[in-house]
Design a protein around this ligand. Structure first.
Ligand code: CS2
Length: 482
């Protein structure tokens, strides 16, 4: 039995199904980038909000490939979400009404983005999707942005598409969209708006001003650990008695905090656990630095030590100790937590989530796109601590491990998944496996140029890098954290 609208009523009792009329429900949201995280997180919140009413069906638009469309369209957008803990809860998510692929369905995508019924665009387009440079402005060197600016009526970037949607709605006198970034970037709403305004300015300065004044882009914090779907999970669903082309699994913990500036006409998200607040940045800083920074640290130390998953890494006492000390001595002193957050408890709960035995979260997945992720999660900790005179040694070991990760990828000839892969591998090719390598990496745009003169920073990264190299050469990698 395949999962479709027609078979929903026949699913086993252990699988919860949408408790609202999917057929009557109209599209109110377009989502860009319907990867696993969106399906595990925002679609789940919206699915439950739909039980409270409103036309908030989602049109999901894949920007780069048609894989989600080919897998989910035959299921009318339905898929199973497994919340994995000691007990697993299954729920079929019905919020996604339609799945489109930008390249194949361009006109339809524009139709959805300019429909009066569409009021919100949410997005999970990853850090690189915002096409920003190190100063947080639109990266005009970005090839896709350049080509979109040349041919702005047929964009392929998220920013180009959002601009076109804003322009067409403006020209037709349709109320502006609210644009909700759900990516792990600090101040993601402001960054999104900045990219859009910079882009608009190149084409239509009046519209740039209109977007600045009238398009609402709240900042958000999103959190739920969502490992990629593996065959075992697809099989687990099949054992329940039906076939789902692409089920999604995540931990049971989930959090969504949205800056409280959206208009009143939104899904009943607040009733299903979304927090609306004036101070998202406190939550964002905490999440990016406590969770994402330690995740990336585990990813690159794990790669160095040959460890496959977050669980396998955190279960090693020396790594566990390293992460807890890093949190205590470097991460938590680097920012002001929200007033209602017990930061020690927050750190403990995140480390406890890493110990979830039911989640097999591959470090290789977290290691992707380091050039885009580190400036959001690790570098701000270093920057703040340099200014405050706090320690940076552990963060710098993580950073040096990222450098070794790239050098080792180049030396082994294995794929480096990163939008800057070409330049990173070119740097790696020049590397001599000594301290001169560090300067090559630090010349990248992602690093603040002032740091090149900061002796504490240079010393900390260089000594870590040398240590990593020397243990590699002596085959004593396991002693790195001794
Ligand atoms: C991870 C995140 O892949 C990564 O870079 O750090 O996806 C992380 O699992 C989520 O942000 C958790 O909310």
């Amino acid at each position: 039995m395949k999962l479709t609208d027609a078979t929903l009523h026949a699913l086993p009792d252990v699988v919860a199904t949408p408790d609202y009329d999917r057929q009557q429900n109209q599209i109110g949201i377009v989502h860009l980038g319907p990867g696993a995280f969106f399906r595990a997180h925002q679609a789940w919140y919206t699915d439950r909000a739909l039980e409270k009413g409103g036309d908030w069906g989602i049109c999901a638009v894949a920007l780069n490939s048609n894989r989600v469309k080919t897998q989910l369209a035959p299921q009318q957008g339905l898929y199973t979400l497994g919340e994995i803990d000691r007990v697993t809860h299954f729920r079929v998510i019905g919020a996604v009404k339609e799945v489109l692929a930008l390249k194949e369905d361009f006109d339809l995508v524009i139709q959805r983005l300019t429909a009066i019924g569409t009021k919100i665009v949410t997005m999970t387009i990853t850090e690189k999707g915002y096409s920003l440079n190190a100063k947080g402005r639109l990266n005009r060197q970005d090839k896709v942005i350049q080509s979109d600016l040349q041919n702005y009526q047929q964009p392929s970037s998220a920013i180009g598409l959002l601009f076109l949607a804003c322009q067409l709605r403006y020209q037709k006198g349709i109320s502006p969209l609210s644009l909700i970034s759900c990516d792990n970037l600090s101040d993601n709403g402001h960054k999104l708006k900045q990219a859009l305004v910079d882009y608009a300015f190149e084409i239509d300065p009046t519209l740039a001003e209109y977007i600045e004044l009238h398009v609402i882009c709240p900042s958000t914090m999103v959190d739920s650990i969502t490992p990629a779907t593996d065959d075992k999970f697809v099989q687990q669903i099949a054992e329940l008695g039906y076939e789902d082309n692409w089920p999604i699994k995540r931990e049971s913990f989930s959090q969504w905090v949205i800056e409280d500036i959206l208009p009143a006409d939104i899904p009943a998200w607040a009733e299903v656990g979304v927090t609306f607040t004036d101070d998202v940045s406190g939550y964002e800083n905490a999440k990016l630095r406590v969770l994402n920074a330690t995740h990336s640290t585990l990813a690159y130390l794990g790669a160095y030590l040959g460890i496959e998953t977050v669980l396998d890494a955190i279960e090693q006492p020396n790594i566990n100790g390293f992460i807890n000390t890093m949190l205590k001595e470097e991460i938590t002193p680097s920012f002001a937590a929200p007033v209602d957050m017990d930061i020690q408890q927050y750190c403990d709960s995140i480390v406890a989530r890493y110990h979830n035995p039911a989640i097999r979260h591959l470090l290789a997945q977290i290691a992707w796109d380091g050039s885009q992720k580190l400036p959001m999660r690790l570098l701000p900790v270093i920057e703040a601590n340099l200014a405050l005179g706090n320690g940076i040694q552990k963060c710098c070991l993580a950073l040096a491990a990222w450098m070794r990760f790239i050098v080792n990828k180049q030396q082994q000839g294995t794929e480096l998944v990163d939008p800057l892969a070409e330049s990173l591998l070119a740097i790696a090719e020049q590397c001599q496996n000594d301290e001169s390598d560090v300067a090559r990496f630090l010349a990248l745009d992602m690093f603040n140029a002032d740091w090149a003169n900061h002796a504490d920073f240079i010393n900390a990264v260089t000594s870590s890098y040398k240590l990593l190299v020397s243990h590699e050469q002596q085959n004593t990698r396991q002693q790195i954290l001794a």
